[in-house]
Write a protein that binds this ligand. Structure first.
Ligand code: G3P
Length: 217
């Protein structure tokens, strides 16, 4: 399973990259705003800065919601760097835009997926990735992991090449559950990724090893 970090924070991206386990980055307009990045040129430069830190794919989201606007914006984003994947919302014009980009060889990530039907449509249009939002489904008392399971089954039935990018990951168990089901990618915050490191028995065991070593040296 590929590990993407879901942030526009350059320090956090560098930290994950330095661990050697990072395969890509996802951003969205909220994450860019959180870092205080605004204005077309600054946003574009920020995407280039992110691409220069990581080796893998970097999702850059369009703001337009009409077909022509999404095409204009998406082409400009894709031209910034070869690692850019154009992130398109799950709406009717978005599906048309994904189909267009697919025919031009521009990779896409269809975002705001909350149902298996939406995932199926985006895959048929040729999306490179689809992003089901687990945490936000859990927030409304709906099992987000179950959606990943359904999409995995559908994509396997028809050999869709679209990758399932599990998003809105909130904690380490989301990551483990996605790995069990076979999500192709998970994107989460740095604290959910580093939480995978932790186990109290590891800490206790290491302290004991060091203590015993110190006794004999
Ligand atoms: O990748 C989508 C993600 O940014 C949404 O996460 O935590 O805002 O639901 P969250």
């Amino acid at each position: 399973m590929k590990f993407f970090i879901d942030t526009a924070n350059l320090d956090q991206i560098k930290e994950a990259q330095d661990m050697g386990i990072l395969d890509g980055v996802t951003t969205n307009p909220s994450l860019m705003a959180k870092e205080g990045i605004s204005g077309t040129e600054k946003v574009k430069q920020h995407y280039i800065d992110i691409c220069n830190i990581v080796d893998g794919d970097v999702s850059a989201e369009v703001i337009s919601t009409d077909f022509d606007g999404m095409i204009r914006e998406g082409e400009a984003l894709a031209a910034l760097h070869e690692q850019i994947v154009v992130k398109i919302p799950m709406i009717k014009d978005g599906i048309k835009a994904i189909k267009y980009f697919s025919s031009k060889g521009i990779r896409t990530n269809c975002t705001l997926i909350f149902s298996a039907g939406q995932a199926l449509l985006a895959a048929k249009a040729g999306a490179s990735y689809i992003s089901p939002f687990l945490g936000r489904l859990d927030d409304v008392s709906t099992d987000g992991i179950n959606l990943i399971d359904e999409i995995r089954m559908i994509f396997d039935n028809y050999f869709f090449e679209t990758e399932i990018l599990a998003a809105s990951i909130r904690h380490p168990m989301h990551i483990i559950d996605c790995a069990k089901i076979g999500a192709d990618v998970m994107t989460g915050p740095l604290n959910a990724i580093t939480a995978l490191l932790k186990h109290p028995l590891t800490d206790i065991g290491l302290a004991k090893f060091l203590e015993d070593h110190a006794k004999n040296n």
